[in-house]
Design a protein. Structure first.
Length: 110
C-alpha cells in the first residue's frame, strides 16, 4: 500500500470515528429528552417511587454517557485535525475526497 493510500485510509477511518461519536452523542441527547418526558409523565400520574427513581437514574446515566462520548469525540477530532495539518500541503492529496471530507468534518465540530 502506498503512503498516499495509507494516509487516505487513515483520513477515512478517523473521519468515520468522529461521525460515529456525533451520532452517538445525538442518540444520548434524544434519550435524555425522551426519558425527561417519561419522568414528567410519571410524576404527573403519581407513579410508583421505584419508576420515578429508576427513570431519574437512567437520565443520569445517559447524561454521563453524553459527557463521555463528547470527550471521546473531542479526542478523535483532535487526532483528525492533527492528521489533516500534517498532510494538507501534500500535492498528492490536494482535492482528494478524503481530505475534503475530513476538513469539513473538523469545521463542523469546531
Amino acid at each position: 500500500m502506498s503512503e498516499i493510500a495509507a494516509i487516505q485510509k487513515q483520513l477515512r477511518i478517523k473521519s468515520g470515528v468522529v461521525r460515529r461519536y456525533e451520532k452517538e452523542t445525538l442518540l444520548y441527547r434524544n434519550e435524555v429528552e425522551a426519558l425527561g418526558k417519561k419522568l414528567d409523565k410519571f410524576i404527573a400520574e403519581k407513579a410508583e417511587d421505584w419508576d420515578i427513581k429508576n427513570t431519574k437514574r437512567m437520565i443520569e446515566e445517559s447524561e454521563k454517557m453524553i459527557i463521555d462520548t463528547k470527550n471521546r469525540m473531542d479526542k478523535a477530532t483532535g487526532e483528525l485535525k492533527d492528521l489533516v495539518e500534517q498532510v494538507k500541503d501534500r500535492s498528492e492529496l490536494a482535492g482528494s475526497e478524503e481530505l475534503g471530507n475530513a476538513q469539513q468534518l473538523i469545521e463542523g465540530t469546531a
